[in-house]
Design a protein around this ligand. Structure first.
Ligand code: ATP
Length: 202
């Protein structure tokens, strides 16, 4: 899958609807300090399901919404849409009939985030797995933010291992195994309760 376009509105400094076209090959974003280059990369991570407000350089997730400036009032909504080309049909089964995938994340002040894929509401988990299966995502090694190299050098072995697993494209499998284990544990608890009920009836 190829990222083809990023569309932002009300996100951080991008108060007006803004589109960044991602052509094949190299795309460079240049501009003076504070013009919003890092905000663009954060928009990418956010649309892929980032859950940590801290790693979005905020205190809470609502801080990604345009906070107002000397001449513009603040907004109550931010949304980011990431467009993916799925020509090669490499998306997970639930999205694989789509030729172009549009992943939208929207946040309403005080109400949290919602996710849509081609207009249809989905869970955050579905979006996170979509990108994990494509060996990318909010914590992808493909996104190198300021200070990340230093953090990697000082990382614990377990954290380094998760980076290797992500590069190998098996992060999605780990999440699914974890979910399956939780379901299995819940089923075992139910069986135990059933045994108790049967014992009381006998
Ligand atoms: P540098 O080259 O210094 O790293 P940059 O181009 O990467 O800068 P960013 O860090 O992306 O710039 O953008 C910082 C700007 O975004 C600041 O002017 C900051 O005020 C603005 N900003 C961040 N969050 C919001 C928000 N919620 N509402 C409005 N503006 C915001």
């Amino acid at each position: 899958m190829q990222f083809t376009k990023l569309r932002l509105s009300g996100f951080k400094s991008f108060v007006d609807a803004t589109e960044l076209v991602i052509e094949p090959g190299m795309t460079g974003v240049v501009g003076p300090n504070g013009c919003g280059k890092s905000n663009l990369v954060e928009a990418l991570r956010w649309a892929m399901g980032e859950t940590s407000a801290k790693s979005m350089r905020g205190r809470e997730m609502d801080d990604v919404i345009f906070a107002g400036s000397s001449d513009r009032p603040s907004r109550n909504v931010a949304d980011v849409t990431l467009y993916l080309n799925n020509d090669e049909r490499k998306a997970p089964a639930m999205f694989n009939d789509l030729e172009e995938i549009e992943v939208t994340r929207r946040i309403d002040r005080g109400s949290g985030s919602t996710y849509r894929v081609n207009g249809k509401e989905v869970r955050a988990r579905d979006v996170q797995l979509l990108f994990a299966d494509a060996a990318t995502g909010a914590h992808s090694t493909a996104l190198v933010s300021q200070g990340r190299i230093g953090a990697l050098i000082n990382a614990k072995p377990a954290d380094r291992r998760s980076l290797l697993e992500e590069a190998a494209g098996i992060t999605g499998l780990h999440s699914r195994r974890h979910e399956a284990e939780l379901r299995l544990r819940a089923a075992e608890t139910n069986l135990e309760r059933l045994d108790d009920v049967i014992a009381t009836l006998e």
